[in-house]
Design a protein around this ligand. Sequence first.
Ligand SMILES: [Zn+2]
Length: 141
Amino acid sequence: MSQIEQFLPHEGRLVGEDEVSTQDLDYKLLGMHCKSCNAKFFPVNTMCLFCLSESVEKIPLSTEGNLYSYSFIHIAPKQWKVPYGIGYVDLPEGVRIFGKLEDTEPEHWKVDAKVHIEVKECAKIEGQPTQYQYFFKSSKG
Ligand SMILES: [Zn+2]
């Protein structure tokens, strides 16, 4: 199985070990805070997406947010499981993140509903850096 097949997008969105806080095994996505203009954003970057300042620091992002919008996908490359769901979640920090929904049960998902951002470690590949994936979990799931 190739690395690409091992981490198919329907399993969650991939992030590297520099994009995840693993403190106390409580995995959280890391975002950025700009010390110049106070903007917060995702994903991790070496400069501010708003003012281009390089005075930025990583911050752990909330694990709860509100579903801004979502959709179910029924057509995908042949290795992917369909249907799968994607969406945008607004975090209390003012950051909107894109990701995959845990399931496609219509009654589990509603615009503005609270969702949990689940981050988990991918299976290790010998000699490769640790990869993580995240997805959105409904409170009704
Ligand atoms: Zn800035």
